[in-house]
Write a protein that binds this ligand. Structure first.
Ligand code: SAM
Ligand code: SF4
Length: 361
C-alpha cells in the first residue's frame, strides 16, 4: 500500500495532480483503498441508498452518425422502431406501479416538430397519469433551447447529455462533423439545460483507444467546471457495424482495463464531487457480470433498469453483446434488486432521489 495514495485520500480537496495519481493506481491494494474511500464518501454525502430510474428506450431512429454507436443513422442493418404513445404509457404504468418514482426516456436524436411535440405531449400525459408523482429524466440528444424549454415546461426536470470526451481530438474522431456535431454545440446544449432549470447530467465513454489517464481526469474537471448534477458514464464497447468498431477491432483496450478505468472514474468522481448522483451503467455490466455491484461499491448510487418492451429491446443495440436484451421487465428488476441487496445498499422506492448537489446549490 503506498503512503502517497493514503495521504491523497485523506485530503478533503484535490488538485489535478492528486486526481491523476489516483487515476494511475495500478495495484490491487491501492485500488481497494480508493474504492473504500469512495464508498465512505458516498455513505456520508448521499447515503448507502440506490434510486431506480425506469429506462424506456422509445426509438432507435437517429439523425446523427456517431462513429461508435450501433444505432447511428448510416447503419442499415438496424431494424428501426418508434414506440407508440400507448406502448410507452404501458411501460410508464409498470414503472409507476412498481414504485420506481422516476422514469428516463431515451432515444436516437430527432429534432423535427413532429418528434418535439410528441415528446411534449407525452411528458404532459405522464405527469397527468401519475398525478405529478413520476420524476422525468430525458436523454434525447441535442436540441434547440426552445425545445428544451418546451419539454421542461411540460414537466421534465432532469436531462442527460454526455459530452462523450473532453479531449477535442478524440471528440472529433468520434463524431462526423456534419449535422453540426461539434463539441461547442454539445457544450452549449449543457449550458442551455442549466439556464432553463434542469438538473443536468453528463458523462463520457471510458477506455477509448488513445484516451489517456489525463484525458479522463480532464473529463472529471469538466464535470466540476460545468457544475454538473448527475453523471452517467461507462466503458466504450465495440459495435461491429460501426466505423470505429472496424477501425478499433484490433486496438481496443482490454476488457479488464476498461472495467478498471470505469470503476476508477466512478470512485474518483465521487471523491472529488461528493454529492452528485452517479449511475452504474449498463455498459459496465456489459463487460463484467458484477459490473453493477462493483459500480455501487465504487460510489455509484443510481441504477437504470430497463422497462423497454421486450420486442424492441433487441433493436436498441448501441454496442455488441448488450446485456439483458432477453430479460422481461420483471426479470430486469429481480436481477437489479438482488445486485443491490448483495452489497447491502438500500433501494429507495417512492422517492425521486434528486441530485443533492442540485438541491444544495
Ligand atoms: N441519442 C442520445 C445521445 O446521444 O445523447 C441518447 C441516446 S445515446 C444511445 C446514449 C449514450 O450511449 C451516448 O451518449 C453514448 O455515450 C452511449 N453509447 C453509444 N454507443 C456506445 C458504445 N459503442 N459504447 C458505449 N457507449 C455507447
Ligand atoms: Fe444517435 Fe445518440 Fe447513437 Fe449518437 S449516440 S448515433 S446521437 S443514438
Amino acid at each position: 500500500m503506498s503512503e502517497k495514495i493514503k495521504n491523497i485520500l485523506s485530503q478533503e480537496n484535490f488538485s489535478k495532480e492528486d486526481l491523476l495519481e489516483l487515476m494511475k493506481i495500478d495495484n490491487s491494494e491501492d485500488l481497494d483503498l480508493l474504492f473504500k474511500k469512495a464508498y465512505e464518501i458516498k455513505a456520508k454525502y448521499v447515503g448507502r441508498k440506490v434510486y431506480y430510474r425506469g429506462l424506456i428506450e422509445i426509438s432507435n431512429k437517429c439523425i446523427k452518425n456517431c462513429k461508435y454507436c450501433g444505432i447511428r443513422r448510416d447503419n442499415h442493418n438496424v431494424e428501426r422502431f418508434s414506440m407508440s404513445k400507448a406502448e410507452i404509457m404501458e411501460a410508464v404504468k409498470w414503472i409507476y406501479e412498481n414504485n420506481y418514482a422516476s422514469i428516463a426516456l431515451q432515444s436516437g436524436e430527432r429534432q423535427d416538430e413532429e418528434f418535439v411535440s410528441f415528446i411534449e405531449d407525452l411528458i404532459r400525459e405522464i405527469k397527468i397519469f401519475s398525478n405529478g408523482k413520476l420524476g422525468i429524466t430525458l436523454s434525447l440528444g441535442e436540441q434547440s433551447k426552445e425545445t428544451y424549454r418546451r419539454w421542461f415546461e411540460a414537466g421534465a426536470h432532469r436531462y442527460l447529455l454526455r459530452i462523450e470526451s473532453t479531449n477535442l481530438d478524440i471528440y472529433n474522431h468520434l463524431h462526423p462533423m456534419d449535422n453540426k456535431h461539434t463539441f461547442e454545440v454539445r457544450k452549449k446544449c449543457l449550458e442551455y439545460l442549466r439556464e432553463i432549470g434542469y438538473q443536468v447530467g453528463t458523462g463520457v465513454m471510458i477506455g477509448l483507444p488513445n484516451q489517456t489517464e489525463e484525458d479522463l481526469v480532464n473529463d472529471i474537471l469538466f464535470y466540476k467546471d460545468m457544475n454538473i448534477d448527475m453523471i452517467g458514464m461507462g466503458p466504450y464497447i465495440l459495435h461491429k457495424d460501426t466505423p470505429l468498431g472496424k477501425e478499433w477491432e484490433n486496438s481496443v483496450v482490454s476488457v479488464e482495463k476498461r472495467v478498471e478505468l470505469g470503476l476508477k472514474m466512478i470512485a474518483i468522481t465521487r471523491i472529488f464531487l461528493k454529492d452528485v448522483n452517479i449511475a452504474a451503467t449498463t455498459a459496465l455490466q456489459g463487460l463484467d457480470p458484477q459490473g453493477r455491484e462493483k459500480g455501487l461499491l465504487a460510489g455509484a448510487n443510481i441504477l437504470m433498469p430497463t422497462a423497454t418492451a421486450l420486442e424492441h429491446k433487441g433493436k436498441y443495440l448501441l454496442y455488441d453483446n448488450k446485456p439483458g436484451i432477453n430479460d422481461s421487465v420483471e426479470k430486469a428488476k429481480e436481477i437489479m434488486d438482488s445486485n443491490v441487496k448483495a452489497i447491502g445498499d438500500e433501494i429507495v422506492y417512492g422517492e425521486w432521489g434528486d441530485s443533492l448537489h442540485f438541491k444544495n446549490k
